[in-house]
Design a protein around this ligand. Sequence first.
Ligand SMILES: C[S@@+](CC[C@H](N)C(=O)[O-])C[C@H]1O[C@@H](n2cnc3c(N)ncnc32)[C@H](O)[C@@H]1O
Length: 299
Amino acid sequence: MPGANSVTSNQETLHKDLEKVVRKYARTTFLRPIADHTREAFAEAEEFVQKFYEAAEKGDPGTESGMTNEKKKGAPATECGMTAPVAVILDSGCGTGESTIHIARRFPNIPVIGIDKSYARLNKAGNPSQTAGEDVPSNAFWIRAELLDFWRLALEYVNAGKWTIPYHAVYYPNPWPKQSEATRRFHMHPIFPTLLALGQTIELRTNWEIYAREFAEATRIVFEENPRIATKEVYGSPTLRFEDDDKGDSRLLRLRSAQAPTGMTIKCESFDPESPETAFERKYKEARQKLWRVTVSHF
Ligand SMILES: C[S@@+](CC[C@H](N)C(=O)[O-])C[C@H]1O[C@@H](n2cnc3c(N)ncnc32)[C@H](O)[C@@H]1O
């Protein structure tokens, strides 16, 4: 499997242009037209989500019976009769889809969409070797799509109050370790503010420490540039207060609004999963590589 070796890069610390590039993209909107095939894939995902919740309302086996949107979200329907947004989990760049199964088991009442552009990898999703002989969870679904487009379509749904994304997995994205290719890393790409605005908790995993540290720092910069992402535009443009707790391999940054009980945390740390949840994670663990994760949570 390509990528099982440790990352080699001509970069020894955070990219010299990280701050400049991230600040620039935090102030702009990524306008590339959305590909038709991803619109179609998104419509399929949307249909899966809808059917999953319809089945749950009817109490079909495999879903939580009789559950309404209000119960799932803990939020009341609006007075004008609009329903509350439904919860959807994304597993972006899911590869062979193993992580989608793990996440679907962790959140059995929420549909989990595994997304990847590789047909060959997705073809292995749900393979019996991944499920240890058990059925594929009924809330797991895979689609082939371009993430940069899918995320923008998903954000339209979030902003329209149709979806809420309590957890977004971004496990082992391509690191693009050459300095000259750095703007292909998600956090140095114009899509990054969209990615941050999408989920309530985003978990990035990587085997490259620099990628994790850059991702965490890029997140801090985007929120500094555009605190409305942190506060969902509800509270205006509050001043953010930073609290830094730096301990060895773990760094926790709290960004708190000065005007409202809201903000976000960015945690960057090394971790050692007991049992690997993805094909790449297994290879890295077998090769005894140190793994890193960044958890970004809105509160
Ligand atoms: C290094 S692999 C990791 C796969 C899986 N998360 C794992 O840990 O085994 C990165 C995956 O991201 C997918 N990918 C990268 N860029 C993508 C994009 N722009 N849209 C959709 N998938 C993408 C690739 O096809 C590949 O399967």
